[in-house]
Write a protein that binds this ligand. Sequence first.
Ligand code: GLP
Length: 232
Amino acid sequence: MKWENFPDYESLSARAAQLFLDFIHRKPNAVLGLPTGRTPIGMYERVIAECSREYRCFRDVTTFNLDEYVGIPGDHPGSYCTFMKQQLFEHVDIDRRNTHIPNGTAPDLAAECARYEAAIRAAGGLDVTFLGLGANGHIAFNEPGTPFDARTRIVTLTESTRAANEAVFGADVPTEAITMGIGTILESRSIVLLASGSNKRAAIDRLRGGEVSEEFPASALWRHGDVTVLAT
Ligand code: GLP
């Protein structure tokens, strides 16, 4: 696990955007795993700014988002689908058919999870996955106690995760989500974890400590050979 420490959020975001852009320059048809949340917003802003100066930045890129709320339609302001459109997809030349987000309103959610896994495989697997970090160590929506071999599935959100998302939903924060599993994420060829925020300090220190435990989902990343942690 490679650690890079930054004095502030701005410099962390600049480095994350540089890694992102280097990746799609090296492999223009890269398959990316993408996060939502407040942390990656600065990265996306910088990626957009750079790509607005370039020709065909995202033309052949494919993306798979990590997660989506159950029961929230894609056009709901709190959906991760809306987030991705606003933070990235509307501003770059990506082909929308190559963007994938689990469908939290699918009539058969188990089938949707299986379909999502199959779509990742059909795309050739994830080349690089960018992750945020939950204050309790969750990655995507894999909460403490998740087996490290878990696949894409329906999960119940913890109270702390629901509270962290109150700003968008008010009292009606969804109780469930579809998330890529830790096993799915670990199959990504490279992983970049963005860890920023005063409420993440304990989680960052715990991850740095190196103890691997299913009670702390991010520690699964120690089992992977190509992880870069950007921390502030
Ligand atoms: C949500 C997302 C995670 C994200 C986490 C942290 O739970 N499902 O993928 O990493 O929030 O979000 P933030 O970056 O806003 O702290």
